[in-house]
Structures are given as structure tokens and as C-alpha cells.
Design a protein around this ligand. Structure first.
Ligand code: SAM
Ligand code: SF4
Length: 464
């Protein structure tokens, strides 16, 4: 049986408020911050919360790391490359600290939550002043206060995998787009993935809390919300409310656009498809990671579905919602992947016709089941397969864009085009970038267009 989430207590919240107030009275406190974020949307949203907390503590944002008193790296560890990049950049700051001894360097997030990395930071990265894991985010006021008053390094990772911290301040990156986390953690234990170990057990927020947050965002003029979770389809809001019920309630609120990610194919229900079909505000796009087109590889990945199951879900989505855009995640070079397995993946890409795919080279992660599997694939073979996969994905994406010609779309304008300031661009409901004639006044508004031509990676539209 699933353990219920543990909410951060009112007492602990009061302690954090007191720490933030005491921090404001310190004469040696940092005045400016800069946060560098690696990884997924979940991390981007965590950084918005970290920035919210820092603002409450009187800090303002510095334009770059060189000008900040406190530099915080919010890290990722899904692949080894992200970890290497973060550590490389932190080390770059070590030099800066020689000239500015009061500079505070912090590291947080998924990388730090791994006990072997926390130990490494403690022993080998002695210039890092503050390090904390994913479950300690809400404690930032107390940790910073402790650092400045005890004048010794603070490295902490909490093991409570069931924690939910409600009510944290959020410094949004965009005035018209907002992330809303609906659940934390993951219980799927795909054999390659480190997320369940660093983000904890799957736990859902209460539906009432999510609806209240969404309502406030709507009042604030937000045009699009993106619901976040590692597997949003298994959301369980308490009184038996699943993800379809949550989506239906949000759709009724009137925020112009609703998106969500990520969905797991094994939990994509007919009820969810029905809610999408009947909705007014849910975008015409579904991100459905397949990972591989081979049954043998899917089984070894512990994904819980077959190629046929996946294709059936795609068919059900397309039958209910004609014209829906599909995107996916694919891993190349998983241990034991044969050329025949790989060709099954290419064939699946061609059969589904994705709008886009995030493609990854398999990365061996300590502590996961796949790390101990036989049949690890050489970098040379994986690299060559990766190139072929990219070509297949690009051909599929091009076809998808061409299928949009003459169709109606609506674009949430994000800004002026970089090359031509008489044009603006933004995402259509299918999540493909569309460029159109326009100016500053269009930014943050939703403009109905007809798709008139296809460019590299984008579409061109004319106002309807
Ligand atoms: N929960 C989501 C899901 O199951 O689709 C995605 C979470 S993960 C942060 C994003 C993507 O990273 C995964 O879909 C997978 O394709 C990729 N990924 C995860 N672990 C990986 C690894 N060890 N090597 C390469 N890619 C990996
Ligand atoms: Fe990782 Fe699988 Fe969970 Fe996604 S569903 S976060 S890939 S374990």
C-alpha cells in the first residue's frame, strides 16, 4: 500500500519564516543571487521557487554569475553529461572566489541528492559552501542563515521521500506562462533511470491546493499552465480523484491553455482521452515517451507496455482527437540493444509520425538496474545509431509540419523574432513554433492564424 504524503508542518514553516527574518538583519548577508538550472521543467520550476525564497530574504537577481554574491547551481543527474557540465561550471567559480572571498557557492537538486555525490562534494569540492538535496528546497532560508552565522559549510540531504512543501513563493520566469506541479517523485523504476532514487516516492498534491493555485494564476493573467509530474497519468488527488478529474476541473476554470507532462503510456486511460476530446482549453499535443520500439528492450527497461500497446494508445488518441501532435523521448544504445531492436525503433518513429522527439544516448547511472546489465553498447555503435535516429526523427517532424499547411492554429506569442522585429513567434497548440507578422503588443496574447508555409523547424502563419 502507498504511503501517504507528509506535508511540511506549520511549525517548520514558521521556523523558515523566522530564519528569513533573522537573515535580513545580518550585516554580512549576500545582496544578489544568480541561479543556474540544468535539466527538466521540474528543475526549472524548482528554480522559480528558490528564486521566490531568495527574494523573500531580500536578495535581488544579478544578471550573471560573475556579478552575484550568491550563485546557486540547481543540478540534474539523469545523464552523466548533465552532472559533468554542472561540476565543470562550479569549478570555474572557484577561480572567481579567489578574488571575491565572500562569494557564496551553492549546489542543489538531483545530483546532490545522491549520497555518493554529497560525499564527493564534502570531500573534494571544498570551495562549495552550501549543498542540499531535492527534499530540502523549502529549508533554503534556514540553511543560508546557518551558513552565515556558523561560518562553516552546510551540506545536507534529507532522506524523507514522501515530503510535500505547500505554499512556497514562486518567482515566475514568464508573466503569461506558469508551471504547476501536481505530483512529485516516481514509483516506476525504469531500469535505466535515477529519478525514483533522487526525487523520492510518487506523491500527489491535494486537488484543492492545485485548483487554488491555478485560480490565482488565472487571476494574475496567466495564459498557459503546464502541469508537471514524472507520470501525471497516475495522479491520485486524495478522494479517488485521478488525473482526468483534475484536468476536467482545470479546464472548467477558463485559463486559455493547459498542457501537461510527462505521461506514461502504461497509464494513459480512455477516460483521459475522453476528457481531452471534450475539453475547451487542453492543448492539441501529447508528449508520450516510448523510449524504444523493440519489445525486448522495453521489457528490459521495465516500461510495462509493448510496442503494440503503445501503437494502440496512439491510435486511440488520434481517433478521438484528429490532428493531435505527438512527441516522444527515445533512448539509443540501451544494454543489449541489437541492430534489429534499433530498426524497430526507427520503424516506430516512421509509423507514428512524431512532431518531435527528445533523443538520448543511454547513460549508465550508478544504483540503477541497467548499470549492472550485460551487453553494454560501445560509444561508437550508439553514436552511429543516434545519427540515424536523428535523421528519422527529422524526416518525421518535417512531414508533421507539412501536414499543418492550410490549417488553423492559435499562437501564444512569446516575443519578437530574433532576426526580424516586424515578426513575432510563439508556440501553436501543437507545441510547434510559429512565426507571424506582429510587434511588441502581441507578446503574451493568443493570436489565431492559418499556417501558410513551412521553414526549418518552424511554421509560418498569417492572422485569421
Ligand atoms: N518521467 C518521464 C518519463 O518516464 O517519460 C521522463 C523523466 S526523464 C527526466 C526524461 C527522459 O530522460 C526519459 O524519458 C528518458 O528518455 C531519458 N533518460 C532517463 N534516464 C536516462 C539514462 N540513464 N540515459 C539516457 N536517457 C535517460
Ligand atoms: Fe524515470 Fe521511468 Fe519514472 Fe520516467 S517513469 S521518471 S523514466 S523511472
Amino acid at each position: 500500500m502507498k504511503k501517504l504524503p507528509v506535508y511540511v508542518s506549520e511549525e517548520e514553516k514558521r521556523e523558515m519564516t523566522a530564519a528569513a527574518e533573522a537573515f535580513l538583519c545580518l550585516t554580512n548577508r549576500p545582496q544578489t543571487y544568480h541561479i543556474i538550472t540544468y535539466g527538466c521543467q521540474m528543475n526549472a520550476h524548482d528554480s522559480e521557487k528558490l528564486a521566490g525564497l531568495l527574494r523573500q530574504m531580500g536578495l535581488t537577481e544579478a544578471a550573471d554569475r560573475a556579478g552575484a554574491d550568491f550563485v546557486l547551481f540547481n543540478t540534474c543527474c539523469v545523464r552523466a553529461g548533465a552532472e559533468r557540465r554542472a561540476l565543470g561550471n562550479v569549478t570555474w567559480l572557484k577561480e572567481l572566489k579567489k578574488d571575491r572571498p565572500n562569494l557564496i557557492i551553492g549546489v542543489c537538486g538531483c545530483m546532490v541528492q545522491q549520497p555518493h555525490m554529497a560525499e564527493k562534494i564534502l570531500q573534494q569540492y571544498r570551495f562549495i559552501d552550501l549543498a542540499f538535496g531535492t527534499h530540502n528546497l523549502h529549508q533554503l532560508p534556514m540553511l543560508l542563515y546557518q551558513l552565515l552565522t556558523d561560518k562553516s559549510r552546510v551540506v545536507t540531504i534529507t532522506a524523507d521521500e514522501h515530503l510535500i512543501a505547500e505554499g512556497l513563493p514562486v518567482q515566475r520566469l514568464s508573466p503569461y506562462h506558469a508551471y504547476v506541479t501536481i505530483m512529485y517523485g516516481c514509483d516506476n523504476f525504469c531500469s535505466y533511470c535515477v529519478v525514483p532514487y533522487v526525487r523520492g516516492r510518487e506523491r500527489s498534491r491535494r486537488m484543492a491546493d492545485i485548483l487554488r493555485e491555478a485560480e490565482a494564476l488565472g487571476t494574475d493573467g496567466v495564459q498557459e499552465i503546464m502541469l508537471l509530474g514524472q507520470n501525471v497519468n497516475s495522479y491520485q488527488g486524495g478522494d479517488g480523484e485521478g488525473f482526468p478529474a483534475l484536468l476536467k476541473a482545470l479546464d472548467g476554470m477558463g485559463i486559455p491553455r493547459i498542457r501537461f507532462m510527462t505521461s506514461h503510456p502504461k497509464d494513459l486511460s480512455d477516460e483521459l482521452i475522453r476528457v481531452m476530446e471534450e475539453s475547451k482549453h487542453i492543448c492539441n499535443h501529447f508528449h508520450l515517451p516510448v523510449q524504444s520500439g523493440s519489445d525486448a528492450v522495453l521489457q528490459s527497461m521495465n516500461r510495462g507496455y509493448t510496442r503494440t500497446d503503445y501503437l494502440r494508445r496512439v491510435a486511440a488518441l488520434r481517433e478521438a482527437i484528429p490532428g493531435i501532435g505527438l512527441t516522444t523521448d527515445i533512448i539509443v544504445g540501451f544494454p543489449g540493444e541489437t541492430e534489429a531492436d534499433f530498426l524497430d525503433t526507427i520503424a516506430l518513429v516512421e509509423e507514428v509520425g512524431f512532431d518531435a522527439a527528445f533523443t538520448f544516448l543511454y547513460s549508465k547511472r550508478e544504483g540503477t538496474r541497467a548499470a549492472g546489465m550485460t551487453g553494454q553498447i560501445s560509444a561508437e555503435v550508439s553514436g552511429e545509431r543516434f545519427k540515424r535516429l536523428l535523421s528519422a526523427v527529422e524526416a518525421s517532424a518535417q512531414k508533421a509540419r507539412e501536414s499543418m499547411l492550410g490549417k488553423a492554429e492559435s499562437v501564444l506569442v512569446e516575443g519578437l523574432s530574433k532576426r526580424d522585429d516586424t515578426k513575432v513567434s510563439g508556440k501553436g497548440t501543437r507545441n510547434i513554433t510559429v512565426t507571424l507578422d506582429g510587434g511588441e503588443a502581441d507578446v503574451g496574447t493568443i493570436v489565431p492564424v492559418t499556417i501558410t508555409s513551412v521553414a526549418v523547424n518552424t511554421l509560418r502563419g498569417e492572422r485569421r
